[in-house]
Write a protein that binds this ligand. Sequence first.
Ligand SMILES: [Fe+2]
Length: 197
Amino acid sequence: METFTIKTFNISKLEGISEKSIEEHLKLYKGYVANANLILNKISELKSDPEKNAIVLAELQRRFGFEFGGMRNHEYYFASLSGGNKEINKENNLNKAIEKEWGSFENFLIHFKFVAMTRGVGWAILYYDKIYDKLIISWVDEQHLGHLVGLSPILCLDMWEHAYYLDYIPSEKKKFVEAFFENLNWEVIEENFEKVI
Ligand SMILES: [Fe+2]
């Protein structure tokens, strides 16, 4: 049984992120989808004897957040690079919310890039918190550790080395962060925001 399906993305030639890098990265994304499905199927099988399989079930349960996170984070990432580079619309709700939080789009970029440079592998994520009507940028370790409860991702930047190792060496990862922002389709990111406000 397949609960989750692999999504396709319309990613044309990017500035500073090679086609080979995207091609290899999409393979990894497919692995997360496959493994998220596999874990649900395995749990379904093994729960017929929960006592005998207790340890395996517990480990699979813990692993699910990693695989699901890997799937969903990458879907936001690749979607934001799809459809060509489009600038943010200054009149739209997202830009207004960004200006309310950080004063200007430029200040938002500075803060996001600072979070992206967090040591270790993981994700820099812009979230919207409906309870406080507030945008928050936060760091997630690996694929799942530190996601903010109940908040909706708006923009996800993959800071695992696999995201850039074909184009940049680790000490140059800031160049990858800059390249990411050169290629974003802000219409997609604005849609993410409109869906959750
Ligand atoms: Fe990745």
